[in-house]
Design a protein around this ligand. Structure first.
Ligand SMILES: Nc1nc2ncc(COP(=O)(O)OP(=O)(O)O)nc2c(=O)[nH]1
Length: 274
């Protein structure tokens, strides 16, 4: 079978009461561990563990409470498996505690902007860092997002944040970029960004794409009111990402995404000489 390229699958484990699609399901550490185990069994290559929802209107969480939510789960996952863990947090103190507990990636939806010391903390931790584009703040980002040229502006933002991280001492080969689907974008903006993924891949950094169950899908299928109704659209977006060469896709539905990516790889591989 061909070994044609296939993005890694990052499984989402939200230990939050209010995440937009799976809030409250895994708040107890044991529930989180069982969910993590399920995602690993389904083929997750990375687990993204988050203790604070990033959706508009989500309740803010203190450093202390966020650490209490995520560290026990990271420690338990580390004991149960060698699948790498990323910490989905804006707060340097939470990232530090998570890396100490065994996380090897800091996934920051603010691209190290939440606090002035974040780039230096990322350099000190020496972990991989995901720099994601968000327009403004979570609470207001969807109010009336507008850009002159969304692809160019998101690209420029991500490169500027990468340069800031490297200036603080983060190694270039530790940096990932993410266009931030749904973070201050209209349907048209999200579609333009997904269509332009080959341009982001050409920047020379691994690209993470997170389209899973996002609201833009309901902009195309108006019956997809609930996040759980958006599997088909999520998979379509992540297959587009695979064809563009993204390094990983961030998903809730691991089994279905792994199957879709493996079938796409087999199809693309079938075209090459046996
Ligand atoms: N790098 C990256 N991180 C992210 N973190 C959270 C969410 C929002 O999704 P989810 O975690 O399911 O919801 P919530 O933030 O409400 O927990 N999306 C991304 C994303 O697209 N890229």
């Amino acid at each position: 079978m061909s070994t044609a390229f296939r993005p890694r699958v990052m499984g989402i484990v939200n230990v939050t009461p209010d995440s937009f699609s799976d809030g409250g399901k895994f708040l107890a550490a044991q529930d989180g561990v069982e969910h993590a185990r399920r995602l690993i069994a389904q083929g997750a290559d990375i687990l993204d563990i988050g203790g604070e929802s990033t959706r508009p209107g989500a309740a803010p969480v203190s450093e202390f409470d966020e650490i209490l939510r995520v560290v026990p789960l990271i420690e338990a996952v580390r004991r149960a498996s060698d699948v790498p863990v990323s910490i989905d947090t804006m707060k340097p103190a939470v990232a530090r505690a998570a890396v100490k507990a065994g996380a090897t990636m800091w996934n920051d939806v603010t691209a190290l902007r939440f606090s002035p010391d974040a780039p230096e903390v990322a350099a000190e931790l020496g972990c991989e860092v995901v720099l994601m584009h968000m327009l403004g703040e979570p609470g207001t980002m969807q109010d009336a997002p507008r850009y002159d040229d969304v692809v160019s502006e998101v690209e420029a933002f991500l490169l500027a944040r990468a340069f800031t991280a490297m200036a603080a001492g983060v190694a270039k080969d530790k940096i990932w970029l993410d266009p931030g689907i749904g973070f201050g974008k209209t349907l048209a903006h999200n579609l333009a960004l997904i269509a332009a993924l080959p341009r982001f891949v050409a920047l020379g950094y691994p690209i993470l794409l997170g389209a899973s169950r996002k609201r833009f899908i309901a902009g195309i299928d108006s019956s997809a009111h609930e996040a759980s109704d958006r599997l088909g659209g999520s998979i379509a977006a992540h297959l587009a990402g695979a064809e563009a060469g993204v390094a990983a896709v961030r998903v809730h539905d691991v089994r279905e995404t792994v199957q879709a990516l493996d079938v796409l790889r087999a199809i693309r591989g079938a075209g090459s000489p046996p």
